[in-house]
Each structure stands twice: as C-alpha cells, then as structure tokens.
Design a protein around this ligand. Structure first.
Ligand code: SAH
Length: 394
C-alpha cells in the first residue's frame, strides 16, 4: 500500500490502539510523502508499526480512521460498510415496511464511516459529507447505495454544501447525484410527515427523536401538551396520536410553524386540539402559568464548541427553570440537549440546578438518548450527542 505515512509521537498511539477513530494534529511526529486534504494515509506508531488507514484532513482532527486492518479501501470496502449499516437497521425492524419508511442509514463514526451521514426517506437517500475524504468517495458511496436498494431507490440527494469544511478548496453544491425526487410524505411508525430535504434543516427531518416522540405519546392521554422548539411538529403529532386534550406547538420560525400545521393536518385533518405559534420560546414560557401538564423542550444545540459551553449551560438552566416553575403540579417535562460538547453529566447537573432554583420536588422518570439508527461507537464516546430527561414535577 503506497500511501503517505503519518507517524505518531511516542505514546500517542494509545488511543488508536483502543480504536478511537480520530488522530489529532498534535499527536503527529511527522508525515512522509506528499499529502493533500482528503487523501488516504497510512498511520503508524513511532516504530513503524501499522495502526490504521484513514482520510487526512487539515485541522485539529488530522486523520479520520476508516479501518484498523491492513486492507484496501476500494469499491468493496464501501459496499461492505454500507450494507453492514443497513443490516443493523433491517435486523431491528427499522428498514422500509408498510407503515415505516424513514431512518438514518449511516451515522458517521457510529457506523465506522467518520464524516458521512446518510438519511433514508421513502426511496430517497440524503447524503451529508463532513470531510473532504468522504466527499472524494462520493461515487463509491452512490454505487454502494444503488446496489443495496436496487429499484427501490428513486434518488440520491447530496446536501454537503454547508457541511464540507469551509477552508477546503472544494466547492460542494447541493443537488441530486442520482435520479430526482421532490419532497415526500414519509411514514414514521404510521405517522405522516412532509420532508423537504432541499429546504429543510439538516437533512430535512430530526429522525433522532423518533423513540422519544413515541414515549411522549404514552404520556399524552387527556393532558395538555406544549411542544417548544417544535420544528416539523414531530412531538406534537405523537401527542395528538396519544390522545392529548390540547397540543400547542411553538417555534420562532414561521416556516416551521407552517410545516407543523401541515403535518398535523396530514394526520388528523382540521383538529381543533392543536394550535401553533410563531414566537420566541423564552418569551412564550414567561406567560404559561399552570397551563400545561406536559412540556417538551428540544432546542437547537446551544453550544457547538467547548469555549461557549458555560454560556450554553446557563441558557439550558434558565430555560428549564422557567418550564419547571410554570408546569402544572404533577406535570412532566421532556427536556433535551443535542450539543455534542454538553456531556450527559453536565446536562443532568444543569437540570438539577434549574430544579433547585424553583424549589419544586422533581424526580427523574426516564433518561433518554439517541435511537439504534444513531448508534454510539463504544470507542468514540463523542458519538453520543443526544441527551434527554423526563422529569416529574410535583
Ligand atoms: N423538536 C424538533 C427539532 C427542533 S430543531 C423535532 O423533533 O423535529 C430546533 C428548532 O428550534 C428549529 O425549528 C428553530 O427554528 C427553533 N428555534 C431556534 N431558536 C428558537 C427560539 N429562540 N424560540 C423558538 N424556537 C426557536
């Protein structure tokens, strides 16, 4: 294998030997050969022993590892990885069936493919590539998807324009790279959602909250439910399905509110139990004394980097304190953080402080995370990003 060689400093091989899939630039002793961003590199320890093969990138994560075995990264590699990812979804009941046709097919490090996200929406695969190395293998990825799905695959949409590192020379454009399909109504456990990957946030839909939405349905019967940061109204649809009395959706984006109303309509027609408001979450929470039995707080990531962690935690604390203060006695708060830099412990501590500030008696009923199509690579704790708590407020 004639790849440029990345030689690690003494002692810096430890985390690779424990299968962590990233090599930080500070761990590198020297690079032999001419290397460009996105190239495959051969990683060795300082005694020239092979450790891994991965994609080189300019930045603090210098190598994203594809394999710890001495093997070729060829067409078969991509087919094998993507079909393994599919097997996991299929074996556990998520792959396409009569009432369900949306799932995440590839979850980056969680599926051994750092820098690659693939979401499947009823025949359309939406790709998001976060590294140049992945982007340069787009054709292999397309071929693997076509072989895997055959005629079932209508289209592949590449939505990497905003996720490819901005310093790279590559100008990624969003667009169809196979077939063409417009927005679709997808089915999630029988619930209908309109998904528009061309215009929506991320790949169009937050698939990662599926099991948590399902749990909400169980607690919604005869209750008044407030869904804050609702986006497409995912939680609202499940609350309605679970026979809530009242469901209110709040999002600052008018587009999100229109989409929520449309999704409610698709499932329940003109149902007066639901109302949606395009307002700021913090303002709305100020004036809801004793109105809601169940509140969902699923904000966007408040912290994208460690240097803003403190402010982010303050934001989570204030918002949760407000909700805990205002919820009806015997109420349930479903509260989430999707910031990768906020650990489970930090999040829990923040909710603890918020609860203590209100003086109410608060108990944790559920500790929630991400679903099986967003698997956590055990050697890469950073893949665990979604944290949630369901707390009971007396
Ligand atoms: N709960 C959603 C995902 C939420 S994404 C789901 O299950 O699909 C975060 C949403 O928060 C976005 O739709 C964004 O428009 C909204 N948002 C961001 N800042 C806000 C604010 N200050 N007030 C209300 N909504 C806000």
């Amino acid at each position: 294998m004639n790849y440029p060689k990345v030689i690690l400093k003494s002692g810096k091989d430890q985390s690779v030997r424990r299968y962590h899939p990233w090599i930080f630039s500070g761990a590198i002793k020297k690079i032999i050969g001419n290397v460009n961003e996105g190239d495959l590199v051969y990683v060795t320890d300082n005694k020239d022993e092979f450790l891994a093969l991965g994609h080189y990138q300019i930045g603090s994560i210098a190598v994203r590892i594809l394999t710890f075995d001495q093997r070729e990264i060829d067409e078969n590699f991509w087919k094998e990885k993507i079909s393994n990812a599919y097997k996991l979804r299929k074996n556990f009941g998520l792959a396409e069936k009569e009432n369900h046709n949306v799932y995440r097919l590839v979850h980056a490090e969680g599926d051994g493919l750092p820098g690659l996200i693939i979401d499947y929406y009823n025949g359309t695969a939406v790709l998001q590539m976060h590294s140049i190395g992945m982007y340069m293998n787009k054709e292999h990825i397309i071929n693997a998807l076509r072989e895997l799905y055959g005629d079932k695959l209508l289209a592949i949409y590449d939505k990497s324009a905003t996720t490819i590192p901005f310093k790279s020379q590559i100008e990624a454009k969003n667009g169809y790279v196979y077939g063409e399909s417009g927005e679709q109504v997808v089915l999630e456990y029988g619930n209908k959602f309109r998904v528009n990957w061309e215009e929506g946030q991320k790949t169009g839909f937050f698939i990662d909250q599926r099991e948590n939405r399902k749990l909400l349905a169980k607690y919604s019967k005869n209750r008044s439910v407030l869904n804050v940061f609702g986006y497409t109204g995912g939680f609202s649809v499940y609350a309605m399905q679970g026979a809530a009395n009242i469901v209110h959706s709040v999002d600052s984006s008018k587009k999100a509110i229109d989409l929520t109303n449309e999704n409610i309509n698709l499932n329940f027609g003109d149902d007066k139990r639901h109302e949606a408001f395009a307002v700021d979450a913090f303002e709305y929470l100020n004036d809801i004394d004793n109105k809601y039995d169940v509140i969902i707080l699923d904000p966007p990531a408040f912290a994208k980097h460690h240097n803003v962690l403190h402010n982010a935690l303050q934001g989570y604390k204030r918002m949760n304190a407000k909700a805990i203060e205002k919820i009806k006695p015997g109420g349930l708060l479903f509260t989430f953080s999707c910031s990768q830099v906020v650990s489970k412990e930090n999040f829990r501590k923040t909710i603890f402080t918020a609860a203590a500030n209100t003086g109410r008696n608060v108990r944790i009923l559920h500790q929630l995370s991400q679903p099986i199509d967003h698997p956590v690579n055990i050697y890469h704790p950073e893949s665990e990003y979604l944290k949630g708590l369901v707390v009971y407020v007396e």
